[in-house]
Write a protein that binds this ligand. Structure first.
Ligand SMILES: [Zn+2]
Length: 93
C-alpha cells in the first residue's frame, strides 16, 4: 500500500480512495456474513432492525476518508465502512 501515500493528482487520489473503500468493504462484509451481523459496525451496535443487514457498497461510505485525503496514514486500519446514515450521523457531531 506504500505507493498510495505518494499520489498527489486529485483524480488518482480519489481512485486510490475507491480502491481502499473496496478493500475495506470486502473485508468487513466477509466478516459480517460469517458472523451473521450487519457489515455496518454502528448498525450492529445500535442493535435495531438493521443489525443483520448487509449493505451494498453503494449504500456505504468510508469513515476517516477525509483524513486519508489530507495526508493521514494510508492504512486500512485507519478506516472503516459505515452505512450512509451512520456516516452522516458521525459527520454531524
Ligand atoms: Zn449503520
Amino acid at each position: 500500500m506504500a505507493e498510495l501515500g505518494r499520489i498527489c493528482n486529485p483524480t488518482e487520489r480519489s481512485k486510490a480512495s475507491l480502491q481502499l473503500e473496496t478493500i475495506l468493504y470486502n473485508r468487513q462484509t466477509e466478516e459480517a456474513k460469517a458472523q451473521h451481523k450487519s457489515n455496518c459496525p454502528d448498525c450492529v451496535l445500535e442493535g435495531k432492525a438493521n443489525k443483520e443487514k448487509i449493505w451494498d457498497f453503494k449504500d456505504m461510505e468510508a469513515d476517516n476518508i477525509r483524513a486519508w485525503s489530507k495526508g493521514g496514514p494510508t492504512n486500512l486500519d485507519n478506516g472503516q465502512m459505515l452505512c450512509k446514515r451512520h456516516n452522516r450521523l458521525k459527520g454531524n457531531k
